[in-house]
Design a binder for this molecule. Structure first.
Ligand code: ADP
Ligand code: MG
Length: 240
């Protein structure tokens, strides 16, 4: 479903991604972990072309998304992205946040979009928050609205960049539970996370990055019990 092939990316003279390759089969969940500055956010942003790449290729559901001939808005509408910082529209209600793109980009009628939006919000435990504005919602609730908003476009894959890092500890579980449910429903996902317990439990594969490179790629069992590299052992000793 997702193939990243020999991707290199620089910011000025800073080589941020070096020959990064990975594959995510349909319905698999891959966690990207690693120290701050490793290039995790940059990598995940290249997967929906929020960042250009210097060379290499990224294919999502058969579409080479950095190909100049590709309609990037159409390609991007197949890829749900959830940021650390929610990024809801503050002047729209929860339901309006969720229905905006389906109406404007997909051309759904307001009625259809609202029906689907209400179902999504309800499935994420927000059945009583349709008309709430973001500033009246907790961080965990806002992040669940952000997940509903991404799902409303019926994406083929979902990307998460540290979806719980900006949350108070007591709200982390509700957001991880929402992602767990998506995994159970067979959504293909890439999740940048510092939640090692979650990565171990939910993910099919762990990708450990450091200094712009994929250092290890292994099953959670293997990675957490017996990593191959000193770099990963050192990282795990600090976070576990
Ligand atoms: P991570 O998410 O693993 O913490 P990032 O992908 O955010 O790492 O950053 C990797 C490197 O790229 C860092 O050295 C960071 O300073 C640099 N970087 C990230 N975004 C930009 C940008 N827009 N312009 C210049 N440098 C950037
Ligand atoms: Mg980051």
């Amino acid at each position: 479903m997702i193939a990243v092939k020999n991707v290199n990316k620089t910011f000025g003279t800073n080589q941020v991604l070096t020959d990064v390759s990975l594959e995510v089969p349909k319905s698999h969940v891959v966690a990207i972990i690693g120290p701050s500055g490793a290039g995790k956010s940059t990598l995940i942003r290249t997967i929906n072309a929020l960042e250009p790449i210097d060379n290499g290729e990224i294919i999502v559901d058969g579409i080479s998304i950095h190909d100049k001939k590709v309609d990037i808005n159409k390609a991007r509408s197949e890829i749900g992205f959830v940021f650390q910082s929610f990024n809801l529209y503050p002047f729209l209600t929860a339901l309006q946040n969720v229905t905006l793109a389906p109406i404007n980009v997909k051309g759904l009628s307001k009625g259809e979009a609202e029906k689907r939006g209400k179902e999504l919000l309800t499935s994420l435990g927000l059945g009583d928050k349709f008309d709430a504005y973001p500033n009246r919602l907790s961080g965990g609730q806002q992040q669940r609205v952000a997940i509903a908003r991404a799902l409303a476009m019926e994406p083929r894959v979902m990307l998460f960049d540290e979806p719980t890092s900006a949350l108070d500890p007591e709200m982390v579980t509700e957001v991880l539970d929402a992602i767990r449910k998506l995994a159970e429903d067979g959504m293909t996902m890439v999740v940048v996370t510092h939640e090692m317990g979650f990565a171990k439990e939910i993910c099919d594969e762990i990708i450990f990055m450091a200094e712009g490179k994929v250092v290890e790629q292994a099953s959670p069992d293997k990675f957490f019990s017996n990593p191959n590299t000193e770099r990963a052992r050192n990282f795990l000793s600090k976070v576990l």
